[in-house]
Design a protein around this ligand. Structure first.
Ligand code: ATP
Length: 372
């Protein structure tokens, strides 16, 4: 049914960020993908994806985050073959999706599960009936369907709701049915399109936990798109930030949180870590020192350095008082990560030494300005 990748020899990507050629351990490969929507009478041509390359190892969870219109949904549609790129190729578990005919694609899609923001359940079917649907379409015998669906409903915690209709289920329960349905054809890859965006925070946490468990238990490769960094923080091993159809930053989740390089990433990161300066402080910040003014520093602690008593050491050593203006320490991808914003009064040469001392190890120290 599906074609293995074999015809074209591997060429390194032309873009500035090469990806490795697909191996047996590559779950999803996006190779120099460009998608241009043609101009229409009333609208100009849109470059939705502009030379994107990404590689997701088998069993990994990649979060793709971007603002509205960045190109996230376009990317998902190209991976599941609902749309074709203008150029470039998409390889899922060794199958070059972009080289398949419509008929071949129908078969290949069984190995790609999809979870949707609004669940997309059939209201006329029970939970069981919704999960069974992709198997019925694939012509699976009834006895096999029964054997496959019941353990799936059990896995998502809905064994007792098998005969309930969507209207009788909560949002979280509907999404559990959606996840079970996505797993019915035993896919190797799960694509999630804003799966938790319609859910309240507590239900979101439960669904993210379920996705993590499924990833662990089934060694399923997951690529999800979202506009919420909190979802990336909770779920992703790796993150790619997309803006204007380009990947502006990608890497291990902790590294991207700890050292965001692009302005868009910084904004996403500060929305969940409290690393951004509070509004009241931003209003008071001045670029030059007013008479008697205090310097304002932002210190980002990474990894084990987050636990070190650096501040008291600096206070003792230089005899300066550090006032904590805002701060937070939390765990990201299993590592402590903290941000503190402090003010202090010190002569310029002492300030330089304080900054040097605080910058020891993995810490990042930035001077934000001065307050009166
Ligand atoms: N079928 C289409 N025809 C023309 N332009 C399109 C089409 N689909 C998407 N676009 C445009 O491509 C760009 C990327 O859209 P896309 O839906 O992929 O973004 P997104 O990141 O998913 O946004 P959102 O979070 O709002 O869903 C946008 O400028 C959008 O207007």
């Amino acid at each position: 049914m599906s074609k293995p990748v074999m015809n074209a020899p591997w060429q390194p990507p032309a873009g500035d960020r090469p990806v490795s050629p697909p191996t047996s351990e590559t779950g999803i490969l996006i190779d120099r993908v460009r998608k241009v929507y043609a101009a229409r009478k009333s609208s100009a041509e849109v470059v939705a994806l502009d030379d994107i390359s990404l590689s997701v190892p088998k069993g990994a969870i990649l979060g793709v985050i971007g603002r509205s219109g960045a190109g996230k949904s376009t990317l998902i549609r190209l991976i599941n073959g609902l749309d074709k790129p203008t150029s470039g190729r998409v390889v899922v578990n060794g199958v070059e999706i972009t080289a398949l005919s419509e008929r071949e694609l129908r078969g290949a899609r069984r190995s790609i599960g999809m979870v949707f923001q609004h669940f997309n359940l059939l209201s006329s079917r029970t939970a069981f009936g919704n999960v069974a649907l992709p198997l019925e379409i694939a012509g699976t015998p009834k006895a096999v369907i029964e054997k496959r669906v019941l353990p799936l409903l059990d896995m998502v915690g809905l064994a007792d709701k098998r005969d309930r209709y969507p209207a009788e289920l909560s949002g979280g329960q509907k999404q559990r049915v959606g996840i079970a349905r996505a797993l019915a054809t035993e896919p190797s890859v799960l694509l999630s399109d804003e799966a938790t965006s319609a859910l309240d925070p507590e239900t979101t946490d439960q669904i993210l936990e379920l996705l993590k468990q499924i990833n662990r238990d089934l060694r399923l490769t997951i690529l999800f798109i979202t506009h919420e960094m909190a979802v990336v923080k909770a779920l992703a091993d790796r993150v790619a930030v997309i803006e204007g159809g380009r990947i502006v930053e990608d890497g291990a989740t902790f590294d991207v949180f700890a050292t965001p390089r692009h302005e868009v990433t910084r904004r996403f990161v500060s929305s969940v870590t409290g690393s951004g300066a509070p509004e009241w402080l931003l209003e008071k910040l001045q670029p030059t020192q007013p008479p008697g003014g205090l310097a304002v520093l932002r210190i980002t602690f990474k990894g084990s350095d987050a636990n070190q008593p650096l501040l008291s050491r600096v206070t003792r050593e230089f005899g300066v008082d550090l006032n904590i203006l805002s701060g937070q320490v939390e765990m990201i991808a299993g590592h402590p990560f903290g941000t503190l914003i402090v003010s202090l009064g010190a002569a310029p040469d002492v300030l330089r030494q304080v900054i040097a001392q605080l910058s020891a190890g993995n810490n990042l120290v930035e001077q934000l300005g001065y307050v009166a």
